[in-house]
Design a protein around this ligand. Structure first.
Ligand code: NAP
Length: 452
């Protein structure tokens, strides 16, 4: 019979969901477990490193908490190991008693309007990856010579994007934004950013603390049209029910005065405008929007009135979505791996043994970083209950380290990651910039992991 101490679990994805899952595995077994955390990147922390905005330093400090999980003796980090190419799902199942997939939601949702693929129409996921220094985005080049930008969607990601576009490069110098991105932002000619919601202010997804920050920017003034804030029954009901909605409305109301025109940049928060077409021949030249009106139930209908904004760039910030994992069931409608409390189930509702999910791939792209803690704990409780209920299962047949070695896969260990971490801190010191400056690109990161 396998004792708890013999349990080996692979966690795929070293973001918050993966590391909270590792933490829960340790906590719920009193450390009598071996947890291997695999990630295709050389660095851990997932969205804390590559999604949380660089100027949100207090949220970024969650990495210090997650670091303690990685440093637990029961945990090993395997960076630069990609599921599908370096190790298959079947092989993982040979090496472990159970596998928890925590691969998040890596791609953007499509807008579905003509012109979406024109140069200058940008997915927020790509723009965020770029300013966060994600190695996949190191080669991206955004044309910031344009004067007006539209950001579609009124969630917290859109608010982050607006803030980064509205701040001066000087204001961002103390963040970990890579040097080449700071240089591009310093050359930005963007003067006006439109933040666009297809429904009303009471239906906006952003949180009050986040949207309030836009009003505190030194470099930009913010304006909301008073008529956009006129209430309808569904909005009044939402405001009554939800403190966040009341807070958002109060923040927006404070910005309805006439713009003073005394700052280099301006933010216009607009509502009741649904994107119809991104205009342009060779690149983005405008955004055509249809005015919407409330239907009374929180939804909107088109009014047949149109407006065109003369923007040279459109950032589509309409949500993230997960991608299917090779060989695992996937719900194409909700873009998650179908599961019951983290236990993966197939199309007919049957359990897929020994495979689990946690985080955004389990529940969709919602909630704050901390939401993943309870989410992962639920998955792990179910995983351990299943293993306990099956004491006679055969032990794992292979060792992951042998397998990766036989494949000449250059794994980044936790010690290697610490080299990269030190190189980024050292770069910040040399540039006289904050605590850390991210290295741009795969090559620089790999080289820093394995210094000669
Ligand atoms: P989100 O909160 O789901 O917001 C997506 C926005 O896109 C909504 O306003 C949505 O409007 C709009 N949208 C969707 N389809 C559209 C379409 N076809 N046309 C026009 N608008 C459309 O997603 P997110 O901003 O990507 O954020 C993801 C998660 O990360 C959220 O839980 C968020 O709170 C979290 N996050 C948190 C922070 C923070 O705490 N500081 C920072 C970043 C992200 P409808 O409502 O009308 O669909």
């Amino acid at each position: 019979m396998a004792r708890m101490a013999d349990i080996r679990v692979a966690v795929v994805g070293a973001g918050p969901a993966g590391l909270y899952a590792a933490e829960a595995l340790i906590a719920q077994t009193d450390g009598n477990v071996q947890v291997d955390v695999l990630d295709r990147l050389p660095s851990p922390y997932g969205l804390v490193r590559y999604g949380v905005a660089p100027d949100h330093t207090s949220i970024k400090s969650i990495a210090r908490y997650l670091q303690r999980v990685l440093e637990h003796p029961a945990v090993r980090f395997f960076g630069c190991v990609e599921l599908g190419s370096d190790v298959t799902r079947r092989e993982l199942l040979d090496c472990y008693d159970a596998v928890v997939y925590c691969t998040g939601a890596a791609v953007d949702r499509r807008l579905g309007v003509p012109g979406e693929d024109l140069p200058g129409s940008v997915a927020a996921t790509d723009f965020v990856n770029w300013y966060c220094g994600h190695p996949d985005a190191a080669e991206h080049d955004f044309d910031l010579s344009v004067e007006e930008v539209a950001v579609i969607g009124v969630g917290n990601v859109a608010v982050d994007v607006v803030r980064i576009l509205a701040k001066s490069a000087e204001e961002l110098r103390d963040t970990d934004i890579p040097e080449h991105v700071i240089e591009a932002l310093a050359g930005s000619r963007v003067r006006r950013v439109h933040l666009i919601g297809r429904r009303g202010p009471a239906q906006a997804k952003f949180t009050t603390k986040e949207v309030r920050e836009l009003g505190e920017l030194a470099n930009a003034e913010i304006h909301v049209r008073p008529q956009d804030l006129e209430s309808d029954p569904a909005s009044a009901e939402a405001a009554e029910r939800d403190r966040r909605v009341r807070g958002n409305l109060a923040a927006l109301r404070a910005w309805t005065g006439p713009p003073a025109g005394d700052r280099p940049r301006r933010i216009d928060v607009r509502f009741w405008l649904a994107p119809v077409e991104i205009l342009g021949t060779r690149r983005v030249e405008g955004l055509r929007l249809e005015r919407t009106a409330p239907q009374g139930d929180g939804r909107v209908r088109g009014t047949g009135e149109f407006e065109t904004l003369p923007v040279g760039m459109v950032v589509r910030s309409v949500g993230y979505q997960s991608v299917p994992l090779p060989g695992l069931p996937f719900d194409e409608r909700s873009h998650v791996v179908p599961n019951e409390g983290g236990r993966i189930v197939d199309a007919s509702g049957r359990r897929v043994p020994r495979e689990y999910v946690a985080g955004w791939i389990k529940r969709g792209p919602t909630g704050v970083v901390g939401t993943n803690k309870s989410d992962a704990a639920e998955t792990v409780a179910n995983l351990l209950a299943d293993l306990t209920a099956d004491p006679d299962r055969p032990p794992p047949r292979r060792r992951i380290e042998d397998l990766l070695e036989s494949r000449a896969c250059r794994v980044v260990t936790y010690a290697d990651w610490l080299n990269l971490d030190a190189a980024e801190r050292d770069l910040a010191r040399r540039l006289n910039r904050g605590e850390r400056v991210k290295l741009g690109g795969w090559e620089a990161m790999r080289a820093a992991c394995h210094p000669r």
